[in-house]
Design a binder for this molecule. Sequence first.
Ligand SMILES: Cc1ncc(COP(=O)(O)O)c(C=O)c1O
Length: 398
Amino acid sequence: MSTRADWTHLFAHRASVRGGEELAAILAGTPPGVLPLTGGFPNPATFATDVLGEIAARLLRDEPGVALQYTPVKGLPSVRDHLEERQEALQGRRPDPGELMVTSGGMECIALACAAMLEPGDAVAVEGPTYLGALMAFAGAEADVHEIPMDEDGLVVEALEERLQDGLRPKLLYVIPEYQNPTGRTLPLERREALVELCRRHGVLILEDVAYRELAWGGTSLPTLWSLAPDAVVQAGTFSKVFFPGVRLGWAAGPETVVAQLAAAKANTDQCAGALGQRMVEEYGRAGHFERELPRACALYASHWRALDGALRAHMPAGVAWTEPAGGFLTWLTLPEQLDATALRDAATGAGVAYVPGVPFYASGGGANELRLSFSALGEDDLAEAGRRLASVVRSAL
Ligand SMILES: Cc1ncc(COP(=O)(O)O)c(C=O)c1O
């Protein structure tokens, strides 16, 4: 009989500091009967399957030599050209050749920035709280992560300024300016302008994550940090929320030297994003489907939000507060101080509702009485019921 070998002593240190149990739990889903307010997943009703099927069939029939082949590291030239046009149409500035590359999703862009820029011990500044996947990437790069506080309007720029004046020297500032994950907050224009000016002055490269930007319920968006300061910002974009995450496709736009460095890192990992997905996004975009489909998706998420918000307003006891997003999938709920969202999770699951506790979204602790709710996936009736269930759990705990 063979004994099982123990390989764990071979594991890299960075694998053990990465964390990620919470992310794995979100991706694993919830038990039957439990209404999930967990994953930031796009609603499958927004997947334009008929159009996608027609585009995929056409590409396989007409150009298998391109769509089923490897691509250049930075992406197919026609796809890059289309993404450059999209930047111009949506953000008012066309990247120069060399300032944009295709990535295998927004998360890959963050991972490439880590691989390309960070030595162990390098300082990175983040919003507190921020996106779990980015925190895991920075931890995996063995970065020294510094949290900058937020208020209702997002990152507090004066707080960053104080930290910089006190000697903090981050290589990167990671920021999600609209409908932030996990808080749903949006950074106002004056703060955007102040932030890019401050970071320029201190030589801090901004890593701007625009994952939810195109899901603006009111239809308009503020200028991106990249459009305000293309010399000082690398933008991580994704098609996961507006197209479909199964395609694993995004982009990086930034200073040419930095994009070249990211491309060198990509050549060391998956070498290129999938050609079929690249050509599908291009065909979909050039045919105007984003303009047709996105307003529908935004209307869906806005009505989802109203259903959840209505239930929370109707049933939550006094002393509970939550953010009011103007787009995206997420709201951030603060319980009375004495309640612990992690400890309450089992009771919530027992009552048939799941959420993500706040603690893992903070780089340096805190958030015990906070939690994230996603309203993207469930329908309106389920959201109303989930809000009611959550409120009854909080009432019982008080
Ligand atoms: C803020 C943010 N950035 C990036 C991503 C990851 O995007 P992708 O699926 O393209 O890797 C997500 C996904 O939830 C996200 O919320």
